[in-house]
Design a protein around this ligand. Sequence first.
Ligand code: FES
Length: 375
Amino acid sequence: MTENNRNHDTDPGAEGSDRVIGTPTSDSRVVSGSAEEQGDYEGAYSAAEAHPRPEEVQRKGERTAAVWFTLAFLGGVGFLVSYFLFPPDAEGDPAIADPLLGQWSNMLMGGTLTLSLFGIGAGMTVWARRIMPHYEVANDYDELPSSPEEKSSFRDFFMRGADESGFTRRPLMRRTLLLAMAPLGVAPIVLLRDAGPLPRETLKHTMWEQGMHMVVEGSDREGEDRWIHEDDIRTGGMISALPFVEPDPEHPHGLSLDAQAKTVILLIRLEESEFSDEMSREQRNWTHNGIVAYSKICTHVGCPAALYESGSHRILCPCHQSTFDAANGAKVVFGPANRALPMLPVTVDEEGYLVADGDFNEPVGPTFWDAQREN
Ligand code: FES
């Protein structure tokens, strides 16, 4: 405990002990029940300038403030209850994914939170207007900095304010105020529930895996007829492709829209000699007979980078003109993208159909993957 949070009363009393801010005094003289009781403060304003409320008014004010704080507490509890009442997940019953229930959930949470905050505000207003004394003072401006006497007088004045606020001697009001604030203190913590669960590694991977065949994006061919053969791509050509997945009742085309967005690739065929010497040996191993596969999702803000110019090997994203070099690991050669298009290792099965040789070498798409990168 430091010297600064002690109040050296002008008359320390028989014990002569220091008093800590916020604790009741053993000497009722400092309690602001009447002008006499506050008699010999030495602060910025003399006690003679204070107009304390009658004790009866203060008592009524305490009860009124307590009622507001209790309402605020109930509002805070109501907020927590209405938050947990409706599960966020659409498979729950009921769930806020339902528009009508979502509306109710919002109204209940907003209403109870408003009640809670309003209750605390109203209670504190009653406190200030019915319990604390008021002053009528006029001060001349003084030169800065304040003199040591003024600083000392401010400290005394602060201590008197702590006494006069009634915080220490109005236990009903104090306790109900603390009660009212407790649920609100917890509210931000429970709201963190919406931020979870953590995605962990799931965002870094797609469903591509070794041996998965490829199909032309948008094709309505059935079964293995859809698989792309290496001879289907001519040199200089480009095909937009997806992994082959057997259709199911929920996804007649095999893949959900979400899965399509993550897995869609550009298959491009170049002459072997056109690949840049800057490509690593690993990257070259991920190509097959000049066929290379890149994610079609632009690493800037996620548009499909669907334009290919075979003469320059440039892949162009039409949204903000990011341009990637297909002959050099899809490195960025122009535009706002900060990262090459992820590369998918590609090979063929024994019949010459193209298959993936694993997942992408980097996470697909834009956002925070770039955040920690220095270049
Ligand atoms: S999204 Fe591709 S350049 Fe902006």
